[in-house]
Design a protein around this ligand. Sequence first.
Ligand code: FES
Length: 139
Amino acid sequence: MLAPSSEGGVGAARWMRVCRLAELTEGEPRRVVVVGDERDAYTVTKDQLLGSIWVTKKGESVTALSAVCPHLGCSIDLNGDKQSFSCPCHTSKFSLAGAAEAGPSPRGMDPLVVRVVDGHVEVDFKLFRQGIAERKEVG
Ligand code: FES
């Protein structure tokens, strides 16, 4: 769907266009997939599913949280009442802002930097180490 605007790697910005701002409902997190180029030392594979994130619009502000659970990497869901998130694997629970509230997750959901460009939401897509309290980006 969308290509990153830089080469990637730990610490490098990797802007991915994930949805249109107009597709977001005020105050309601929306899960979007991130598709882009996957790179290793020798090859670039185009249009790979890189992950999914939760994007929320509140007034003029747009925030994004990784959907990867910081415990062991399962995919975090929005609860039915849309007032919190939870992980189906070991029942970690998170607030709408991503704070860890219950369960074994060693930290809150991982926030991602967001910008809006020409009506499109773009996210600096990153993955983080699982199972530790510290938020450490992985390449
Ligand atoms: S992987 Fe999410 S709580 Fe264990």
